[in-house]
Design a binder for this molecule. Structure first.
Ligand SMILES: NC(=O)c1ccc[n+]([C@@H]2O[C@H](COP(=O)([O-])OP(=O)(O)OC[C@H]3O[C@@H](n4cnc5c(N)ncnc54)[C@H](O)[C@@H]3O)[C@@H](O)[C@H]2O)c1
Length: 346
């Protein structure tokens, strides 16, 4: 039996757009029929590499001209909502890069559009697919740590303001490292903790270094948050693009549970610490855990295609609400930082 190929268009040809192209190209039941991005040379190169029949400079022209089953969005964040909503209204399934949108109102409109059209809206959360996070998830689920009650998570860079200038412009990105890196950290932390609801956040942000490093920098360069979860767990967060600190790039997750703890630290993209702390019969029984195999964009793209193949019963389960929940936490953090007070989530 031949399966009809899913016809996909990709918007954006930067690092993220290229990961989507690579992911689709690996799937035999998908055809990349169009690419839209503004860098003519880059577009021509990718067109040749992936044998893409049609290319455009503007996403609007792609949606109007080509019949598509699905669209991948890998543009500056302020464009996620307009592209996604226009595509969903045409009955096209959408995979959008993280964060879901530049602001929580846009994110809500995207989820509404997904529900109204009954089509898939999936947000890329590739960090939860890392092998170390997958193994930590297995360890927590096995009950080895007992009940987690404290978690500390973060992603911090010494000097890592993203090169594409739009990241540091609020009107184009919606925010700084809290939105850019923090969305991954919030996603994997809440995922590891079993997706509890967030009760309150108290956050502060600074832009001491970013404003000196780049003209037009109007987002934070570091954000810290104290997050109370409705199940009683406390989660602390730290994200930065620029800070006088030890490592160029480090992300971490620490969990304290009633029967054990775990510390995971990834320095410059290499797992440097992944230890489980336990006592057995009053004797220290710590051990180093072994990360599983890394998943990433390829897996995200494959899962998106599987959701589309699943038919209407699957589509309604993929309405972008996971991405919206992350957007609500981040929005609450920004409101807390601005007001100087704790903010309760609805
Ligand atoms: N999941 C991850 O690990 C990850 C990593 C990096 C970036 N991202 C996300 O991916 C998105 C893109 O990031 P990037 O680093 O690839 O950015 P980038 O600046 O390198 O690329 C953005 C692309 O969007 C295109 N674009 C802009 N306006 C357009 C328009 N009107 N019509 C068509 N194309 C248009 C540009 O031409 C460019 O090709 C962001 O949302 C970012 O947060 C995710």
């Amino acid at each position: 039996m031949t399966v009809e190929k899913i016809r996909v268009g990709v918007v954006g040809a930067g690092w993220a757009g290229q990961q989507h192209l690579k992911g689709y190209a690996a799937l035999p039941d998908v055809e990349i029929v169009a690419l839209a991005a503004m860098e003519a040379d880059q577009v021509a190169e990718l067109q040749a590499e992936y044998g893409i029949p049609t290319t455009f400079a503007r996403w609007e022209d792609m949606l109007e001209t080509v019949e598509l089953d699905a669209v991948s969005i890998a543009t500056p964040t302020f464009l996620h909502a307009p592209v996604a909503i226009a595509a969903l209204e045409r009955g096209t399934h959408v995979l959008t890069e993280k964060p879901i949108a530049a602001g929580v109102d846009d994110a809500r409109r995207m989820v509404e559009a997904s529900r109204a059209s009954g089509r898939v809206l999936q947000v890329v959360f590739n960090h939860r697919l890392r092998g170390d996070i997958a193994e930590l998830s297995r360890i927590i689920e096995s009950g080895e740590l007992g009940t987690p009650y404290v978690a500390k998570a973060g992603w911090s860079r010494r000097s890592g303001i993203p090169g594409s200038g739009w990241f540091a412009r609020k009107e184009l990105s919606g925010g700084g490292p809290l939105l850019d890196l923090g969305v991954h950290v919030i996603d994997y932390a809440l995922h590891l903790l079993g997706e509890p609801e967030v009760a309150t956040v108290s956050a502060s942000t600074y832009a001491e270094l970013g404003t000196k490093a780049m003209e037009g920098f109007d987002v934070e360069d570091i954000a810290l948050a104290f997050v109370r979860l409705k199940n009683g767990v406390t989660l602390t967060l730290e994200t930065s693009w620029d800070s006088f600190s030890r490592h160029e790039n480090v992300y971490w997750m620490t969990v304290y549970g009633t029967d054990g703890g775990a510390e995971l630290r990834v320095v410059d993209y290499e797992t440097s610490e992944f230890t489980v702390f336990r006592n057995e019969g009053g004797v220290v029984a710590d051990y180093d855990a072994t990360p599983g195999e890394n998943g990433g964009h390829d897996q995200v793209v494959a899962e998106f295609v599987t959701a589309i193949r699943g038919g209407e019963t699957e589509w309604v389960k993929h309405d972008g609400s996971l991405g919206l929940r992350r957007a609500e936490v981040i929005d609450a953090c920004y409101r807390s930082a601005e007001s100087g007070h704790e903010v309760a989530l609805a």
